[in-house]
Structures are given as structure tokens and as C-alpha cells.
Design a protein around this ligand. Sequence first.
Ligand SMILES: *Cc1c(COP(=O)(O)O)cnc(C)c1O
Length: 819
Amino acid sequence: MTAEAILANTRSLDAADTTRDPQALADRIIDCLVHRIGKDQRAAKPHDWLTAAVLTVRDDVIERWMTSTRATQASGAKRVYYLSLEFLIGRLLRDAIANLGRAEEFDAALKLLGVDLAMIEEIEPDAALGNGGLGRLAACFMESLASLNLPAYGYGIRYVNGMFRQRIDDGWQVELPETWLAHGNPWEFERRESAYIIGFGGEVVGTETGAVEWTPDEKIEAVAVDTPVVGWRGERVNTLRLWTARAFDPIRLDAFNAGDHAGALANQVRAETLVRVLYPADSSPAGHELRLRQEYFFSSASIQDIVRRHVQYGNDIRTLHEKAAIQLNDTHPAVSVAELMRLLVDHHGLGFDEAWDITRKTFGYTNHTLLPEALESWPLPLFERLLPRHMQIVYAINARLLKEARRAPGMDDRAISAISLIDEGGERRIRMANLAFAGSHSVNGVAALHTELMKQTVFADLHRLYPDRINNKTNGITPRRWLQQCNPGLTDLIREAIGDGFLDDASRLADLRPFTEDAAFQERFAAIKRANKAALSQHLREVMGVRLDPDALFDVQVKRIHEYKRQLLNIIETVALYDQIRNHPERDWVPRVKLFAGKAASSYHNAKLIIKLTNDVARKINADPAVHGLLSVAFAPNYNVSLAEKIMPAADLSEQISTAGMEASGTGNMKLALNGALTIGTLDGANIEIRDHVGAKDIVIFGLTADEVAAKRADGYRPSEVIEAHPDLNQAISAIETGVFSPGEPDRYRDLMAGLREHDWFMLAADFPSYAEGQREIDRRWTDPAGWRAATIRNVAGMGWFSSDRTIGEYAHDIWSVR
Ligand SMILES: *Cc1c(COP(=O)(O)O)cnc(C)c1O
């Protein structure tokens, strides 16, 4: 078949939507309900209908899943393995039926049964096995890998309670366990036959043959739990393999019979603890032993599985790198480098040099942060106690690495100690980023600026030693979830205007450009945005009781709460604006809704205080008749993928206001621009590339550049001088610090504000004047509706490049050598 014929063939999937018989599908759903759930149609609860719908679509997915797996086996193609401690998956039903082109058919079939598809979709639990951007990236990548028809496995942990559920009580964040598995998980398959033993502790002895033997004193079993990942148009279904833990000997009968019931089950409890929760990423330092145990547990299980698959198909272990490309999503799986070395040397008898060569050709590493406090390192004594054999291997790798470094020109003692896998300053620690770098043939950053800064800062010396290793792969998002599924209205409008081509190739969104000034198209574009805003308002009214006016400008900042992301800058500007409206009610103010959402790490005091401040400010502003209809503020609880899917299509303005040089890429910025929001942002992360693709006149850029931030910090920045020079800023800070928004506890924000006046590490004050000016620029543009609409349409047209298909295409070509 020619490429065109294959494409035409897969296209017909979509057409099949209308030709398939909804009654036949309804019968299958009933069959599932009765025979697999054991429920009578009349007694079925919404959850039963959800499970029945999932099992029905799953049956079709399985066929394709097996075909995909068989085809890969038969061809002997190289596989991609994506190792990530986080997968922020979200709901899967819509994803599966939409990618199979069967959404309309399911809708019609369920209608015949008196069931509303949208209602059962809404009760599907949101699989939140990640903190934020890094985990969502892994989920987008899995979808794109399948959509590009690349054989790939994702590997991670099946957390019983993933990310916490956030409730807001009296303005404060409260963390509750997320019980996403409470009703079972119809998407997953436990593979009891795919189980591996994971050892901890114990001792290492040399044998007579010169080999080395590690005898762990604790063993836990890792058991695979597989979830199918359906690609666009359902051509390929890949596997997300998450590990769960089981005790090697779950019950000690002797202890049980002797009456020590709890003690008898201690091993099982210990094993289950390992997969209980996801550690909050930014509660630095994560110095918990349990976290290191989690990292090794999932790394070891995954590497054992990869090696087993390779050898089982009759391949020579020496060709592993020809059949397997392993990508490390940040340093959390970095111990995999030592684990593969251990298997190659201790189990397969390879020499150290040969094993090292294979290891480096197999791994690639993606860096996600330059923040020194977020760079992972483990105290050497802890690492050695838990993983004694890996400690030896790390020493051996380090000896090699440092020998190479010493031979290279221009490496002084400072450079050598920066390259070392072991941080000797103070308590000795293992640097996981250096281990990942040394053990990989490719090290990539996630946006152009971030990659440049990697070369200049964290990896400056390693980069001098290996100048070809660092490369850039700017992040992307899957347009299936982040346009087609979350914004069907806009998707239909685009199809009508430019045809279906953009569904298979997002760069075709550029074909929208001729429509930017078209008045009729603009009208419809605006009507869709208005409808999305009304739907979000309705949702937020139900969940939190606020009323947001869909005709106001929806100004949104939704992401993890972190000082570098500068929600505080937004809030202070909101307070300043509030002041101005009160002082000048006669002016023509643009009605604005300020919407915030995001979780704070449970141990991150200032981030939690910023949530409380947002809610305190919201309470006062929303109750003040002087600004009624002009300004309102809302903090939407429990930001997750499902909530993001409601917010992105409804936003007018996207706040991407991190201190330049601190946001590696951002992907929320991409989702919002793709759905027709204008960005106000700093020259940070992928904002720079968004500007390049949508055009500098259709984005509002403000503030210091990364270079200027660095220079200012080096110069001795004095925020108090800046604050005193800007009365509106000074007044806003004073109001907050003197308790205007917290009359019951006037000192609540005193320390937070003192931090701004004294050091202001994130340079809020320095950027405030240009940020406020940028916001007034937004107001001016909003008052020209035709100009605003044209600008937002140009944003949509320019965002195709940020499809994760483009990103994965680059990884496949440049790093993994798969096609
Ligand atoms: C996209 C996404 C993120 C990442 O947002 P940033 O603005 O890039 O930090 C975090 N959480 C969820 C639920 C997301 O969908």
C-alpha cells in the first residue's frame, strides 16, 4: 500500500462513526453490564455504566493492542522505553473513543440506553500520578508515541493514592488522599507473570571466579500493571506499564499463629508502603529514604523487564542498544544507569568497559530543572546502605569519568570536582544529574533557552568534556486532548474552515491565517469562546459557588503554586488594580475575572500562604460593590488534568510570568495559546519560542531577560529602592502586610511581604512596572474586539509546532534512532 492509501484507509475510521450501528453497540454495553459487572440494567448506577462503557471500548482496544505488539515482535524493531516517576494521565474514556473515531457512536448508543455520555465521563476518576508539567509531558508523549506508530513502553509506579486532592477550607489548602482506585480501574491489566524481585540492603562479596555477588537482606516483588495507550486514529496501541509492589513472603505464618497478627503482615505493609503515594516534587529536599526506595524499585523492575524482553527474543545482550532506547524523564530514574551496568556485568558477564559502552548507547536523559535545590542528590551513606552493589558501580563509573576529565585540556581541580558523581563539599552526596549525564549518549533540555542555560550553568564542565551530548527538544502537548477533546466547538470550526488535515498534522493549523481578518469567522470564533466561558462559569458555580461573568476578560494563571512562577506578582498587581478602580471609578475599566488554580507542595509554607492570600484578596474584592462587575477573583480548587481541560478553552489571557531563566519550558502556556488565549509573559522557557511562532505583536512580553536577572542578582539588587520608587506597588504591598486583606490576623502576610522588601529573590518588584504596563496594554487590545480576535486566531494558527508529535519526532530521529 502507498502512504496515501494507508492514510485514506485510516481516515475511513472517522467516517465509520456515522455508519456504525449504535444499537449494536448499545447491545454490547448491556452485555458488559450484565455479564462482566453483574448488574441488571434497571439497577445500574452511573459508575456501572461508566465501567460498562470502558470495558466495551477496551475490548476493541485490546484487538489493536495485540496486533501492535505482534507487529513489533515480528519486525524486530527498536523499542522506545520512557521511564518516568510521574504520569499525569487524566481521564481515559474520551481519549480512547475520540482517538478511535467513535465518540458519536458511543454517544448515540448510550442515549438509546437513557445514559448521558458526558455525565459518565465526568465521574471517571482523574488518574493523577504526577505533580504537574513533568508528569503531564510523560502522558502527552505516550499518546504521541502511539499516534506516530512508534513501538514504545512507558514505565512508572502505580501509586495507590497519587497526587493529593486539594480542598480549600477557609482559604487554606487542605490535602486529602486521592482515592482514584476506589471503584477499581477497568483500564488496567495486572500481569502476575511479569514480576521481578527487587533487592535492598545486604552485602556484596567477591566470588572465587572474580565475579561479584550481591545478597540483599530485603526483597520485594514488583508486579506489572498494564494500561493500553491508544494513538490517534487507533492505528497503534502501546503499553503503559506501572509497577505495583508485593511482599516476597506476604504473611509469616509462624508469627500469625503465635498471635502476632500485625507483625505477621509487616512485610506486606512494607511493600505496599512503597507504592502508596507520590512524593510532592518540590518539597525539597525530598530526603526521604522511601523516595529513594521508590526510585530504585521502579528503575530495577523496568530495566530487568527490558533486558528480559531483549534476551527472550533470542537477541545477544551486546545488541541491547540496537533494540532498546531508554529515556530518563529527569533524574528520578537515574539509578537505572547503575542497575543496567549491574545486570550486564554481574548477570551477563560482560566486561566493565563493554557494559559501559552499551549502557551509554542505550540511555538518553532529559533535564527539567536548573534550580540547585531541585537537583537530586542522595547522602552517600544512605545510598550505600540501601544499594551496596550500586555504590561500587557508581565509584567505578566515577573513577573512569574523572580519569577522562583529567586527561582533557583545561580541566582544573574545580572543574574536576564539578564533574564528579560525588559532591564532596560537606556531607558526601551522589549527584544523580551527573550520573544520568555520564551514563547517556544524549542529554536534552526542554526549551531552547533552558538548554542554553544548562550548558552555561549546571552542566558547564560536563558540557566542555562532552560538547556533543547536550541538545534541545522543546516540549509539546498532544493536540488530541488539548484541542480536539477539550474544545470540540473550536475543532469543528477549524475543520469547516481548513478541512481535516490539521487533525493529522498540527502544523496545518497555519492554514487558518487567511481567516484572521474574516469578520464572519471572527464572530464564530468569539461565540465559541463565549460558550466555553459560560460552561466554565457554570462548572465553577457548581463546585465553589462563585459567579463569573462570561463577558468579562478571563485572565487565568493555572499551574503548580511556586514562588518562581510568581502567582504573587499577579496577586499584587490585582491589588494595585483594585486600588486604581476604586480611586478612579470614572475611567473605562475592562471587566476582568482573575482565575487562579494550582496545588502547593504540602511542606512548602510560602506557596500555601500564597493560596490563602489569593483567597483573602478574592473575598474582599468580590464583596466590594465599588468594583462589582469590573473585577473579581477566584481560586478554583484541585487543579488537575480534567479541570485544565475546562479552563484552557475558556481563557482569554494566559499568565506565564515566571522569573526569566527559571521555568524550563512550561506546557500550560502552549495549551492556552492553542485554545485562543493571548499570552502575557516573560522571555522564559518556551514563551520565547511561542513568541517566535505566533509573532511578536500577538503576545505581550514584559520584564527582565534571563541575562538581566543574573546580572541584577550579581550587582546587588535592592528591592526596597524599587518598591519605594513605585507608589502603586508600595501601596499594594503595604495593604497586604498591614492586614487589609486579613483583618482577623493582621500579621499573616508580614513575613511574606518583608521577604519582598528585603531580598525578593524572584524579582517581583523589578518586573512589576513593566508587568502592570503589559496588563494595561492588554486592556487596550481588549477594547478593540476585532483586533483581539485576529490576534487570538493568529495564536491558534501559529501553535501547531508545539504538538508533542513534533517533539517526539525529534526525539525519535535525533536521540532514539527509531522511525
Ligand atoms: C499542563 C499542566 C501542568 C503544567 O503547567 P505549567 O503552566 O506548564 O506549569 C500542570 N498541571 C496540569 C494538570 C496540567 O495539565
